[in-house]
Design a protein around this ligand. Structure first.
Ligand code: GCO
Ligand code: MG
Length: 412
């Protein structure tokens, strides 16, 4: 078998997605997700200009060798653009291998280790009442684990709250495009860590009082705290028994997690912006985290993320793969196959794509009783309707950025 055709398809049904589609001489089609939120076209260029010419004529069965060829052969390694491009190739090759074998990808990865994947959704509200409504709505949709994000008094617009600002209530503005809003320029948000630290424990207390002790609750700190602030938050949230506190400090300073760990038993999750096993190596070995947040799409594909998670398993660290709506249905399917197969699955983030996205990408996964399952179609189980995709051309979109009250740029 050889790769005959490699197309890069950009579509923006509810938000921008970049998909690599490989076709073999035997007619097998493989899809890979290369979406890098807010910087999509950089990956398109990397794929079209530099990767596609290297793929044509190759044997698609040689997944590991092609991966090493693209990684080592470029000389320039790592980074989100490179690794999203390589991820798309890796996913598409696993998709083809599954189709050629007549098996779902999870079977090729060792078979199912569980019946389904516990998934968490994003409840949010500017006020506690709005948050409670959102938690109830998620429970009605069957979620059995819920992320809690809330507004902070005195702050206008912050990360993780659905429909805030000028377009709140606009039916066309789903949380799908948020955080990356369509527009010529990014949106500015505001931040005050001390106000947030004062407010958040009371919110978790209220949520526990209203919804009881059983439901796993998660929270995303989105890279905003100093190490000592993160340690303080982890400790103050201990009574509310979080499933995890995510990205409590910025990703670059991994030593920060040592300090946080010394002060709190709140489980820590990190890594949605990491690209390779090297980003995780030390914090796994030193047991500074409890969950690996890497996305198949941003970690170079199924192959390297599986290696990272196998390494994490030696330290009882589990998966918590990134799954916001900026991971396309193809990237989500890849995460589900991997999560079903590995032993150390923890939880899967699942935000749900919009109706237009689901028309462009037909998917075989199931969602029932709070659990995801990738389905049993050969390959990844996703097909791309190219005509439907063509109706939604790329739309410029940026992630927001964050400033403190005195104008200082802060981590978003
Ligand atoms: C999460 C993430 C997302 C990111 C987004 C950026 O935990 O789901 O933090 O909300 O902000 O994926 O592109
Ligand atoms: Mg996050």
């Amino acid at each position: 078998m050889r790769i005959d055709k490699a197309e890069v398809i950009v579509t923006s049904p509810d938000r921008n997605f970049v998909t690599l589609r490989l076709t073999t001489d035997e007619g097998h089609v493989g899809l890979g997700d290369a979406t890098l939120n807010g910087r999509e076209l950089a990956v398109v260029a990397y794929l079209k200009e530099h990767v596609v010419p290297l793929l044509l004529g190759r044997d698609p069965a040689a997944i590991e060798d092609i991966w090493q060829f693209l990684y080592r052969g470029a000389y320039w390694r790592r980074g989100p653009v490179t690794m999203a491009a390589i991820a798309a190739v890796d996913m598409a090759l696993w998709d083809i291998k599954g189709k050629a074998a007549g098996m779902p990808v999870y079977q090729l990865l060792g078979g199912a280790s569980r019946k389904g994947l516990l998934a968490y959704g994003h409840a949010s509200g500017k006020t506690t009442d709005e948050l409670f409504d959102s938690v109830r709505a998620h429970l009605e949709q069957g979620y059995r684990a819920i992320r809690i994000q809330t507004g902070v008094p005195g702050l206008k617009a912050i990360y993780g709250i659905a429909s805030q600002g000028a377009d709140a209530g606009d039916a066309d503005v789903r949380y799908d495009h948020e955080p990356a809003r369509r527009g010529a320029l990014p949106v500015e948000e505001d931040w005050d860590t001390r106000a947030y630290l004062r407010h958040l424990p009371g919110v978790f207390e209220a949520v526990r009082n209203e919804f009881g002790p059983e439901i796993p609750l998660l929270h995303d700190g989105h890279h905003r705290m100093t190490p000592i602030q993160a340690a303080k938050l982890g400790r103050s949230l201990e009574p509310y028994d979080l499933f995890w506190l995510e990205d409590c400090t910025p990703a670059e300073n991994q030593e920060a997690l040592r300090l946080v760990r010394q002060h709190t038993t709140t489980p820590l999750a990190i890594g949605e912006i990491f690209n390779t096993v090297w980003d995780f190596k030390d914090i796994i070995r030193e047991q500074l985290i409890d969950y690996v947040r890497g996305a198949v799409t941003h970690m170079g594909g199924i192959s390297p993320l599986k290696k990272t998670l196998d390494y994490a398993a030696m330290y009882q660290i589990k998966s918590g793969m990134h799954g916001p709506t900026d991971i396309s249905p193809v990237g989500m399917a890849a995460a589900m196959h991997l999560g079903l197969a590995i032993h150390n699955f923890g939880i899967q983030e699942y935000m749900q794509h919009g109706a237009r996205t689901n028309e462009v990408f037909q998917q075989s996964f199931t969602w029932a009783d709070g659990m995801l399952h990738p389905g049993d179609q050969p390959g990844l189980g996703v097909t791309l309707d190219v005509d439907e995709a063509g109706k939604y051309p790329y739309a410029q979109a940026y992630l927001p950025y964050n400033r403190l009250h005195d104008g200082t740029m802060h981590d978003w």
